[in-house]
Design a protein around this ligand. Sequence first.
Ligand code: NAD
Ligand code: TYD
Length: 341
Amino acid sequence: MINNILVTGGAGFIGANFIRMLLNECPGLNVVNLDLLTYAGNLSSLSDCAGKPGYVFVHGDIKDYNTVSGTIKKYGIEGVINFAAESHVDRSISGPGIFIETNVTGTLNLLQCAKECKIKRFMQISTDEVYGSLGSEGMFTEASLIKPNSPYSASKAAADHLVHAFHHTFGMDTVITRCSNNYGPYQFPEKMIPLCINNARHDKPIPVYGDGLQIRDWLYVYDHCSAIWAVFRKASAGEVFNVGGCNEKSNLELVKSILKILGKPESLISFVKDRPGHDRRYAIDASRIMKTFDWKPSVTFEEGIEKTVKWYLANQDWLDMVTSGDYRKYYEQMYSGRSPL
Ligand code: NAD
Ligand code: TYD
């Protein structure tokens, strides 16, 4: 039984949704959120969680040995779940260096600290993008080759290999999940879905790369979080689980469905130059996690996308704040003037 958990990257999109789920659904659990608060991480995503019993925020870098090992010791951490990463493919194309520093060197530091502190379980939140791209047929299984194509996915694949190496070489208890594209509340609006909603609400063009026929397999973020929690609690040491929603959509279909919910015209769609090396299709075979842990998504794509669009419309101040970079007023509200920055 693990009661004290270190979540890294918990101020980002998926990490914040995961922490909220734990605090709402698992009373008695102690959760420490270690986050550097980069452009993608921001405490306003957890404003309803600040001050809840069992929740602590630590402002720090996963690459910093003293911060990580000090936090593990101070809070008696028994399990680590690593969400912290640079996560945007386009940024990895314009500047790959920080992806290696955060996603590879950062994960290595976490593994070393976890090993020294005899952590009971280390979980790595990985991505289906480590498997590369599919043609029109087939799906990624846990046995698919690791064949990443972008600097982002290459850095995530390297981290997965390190996690496996610490299990194989040092006998560390590690588990990995590889999930498809997530959508839902609190996603930074550089990613396709919140970017589309953000632009459409201002009647700005929506950039669709290339022919817009690339396919992604979309999963509502809460359902990724419930899968992570199932794997963290129940998987055997060394196991890898794919997570996905069986919701393959082309980018064009996706944008059209969002515009329809928003009541905006398709004339906002603007075809732009393709992303270099753009992966054509991702599709996840999630049958293993479904059979092993009886996990399944709680919402259909249609329900999830409707909820998501409504959430962004109801939280336009959040969108304005993260796009302007002005987090100060949120931190002042949450910390009574004692901002962690
Ligand atoms: P995100 O970019 O929204 O959040 C990343 C978080 O990590 C931010 O809060 C940021 O401040 C923090 N961070 C960055 N560098 C750090 C450092 N050096 N030390 C401490 N914190 C640092 O990412 P996300 O979309 O929430 O993704 C979380 C994880 O899930 C990532 O590892 C990503 O690869 C993986 N993943 C994401 C998706 C998706 O669709 N978003 C799908 C599958 C897997
Ligand atoms: P994204 O949300 O960046 O996720 P990923 O690249 O990790 O799958 O992009 C989802 C899809 O949308 C991907 O095929 C790239 C495409 N895309 C656009 O067409 N235009 C955009 O402005 C963005 C950000 C993405």
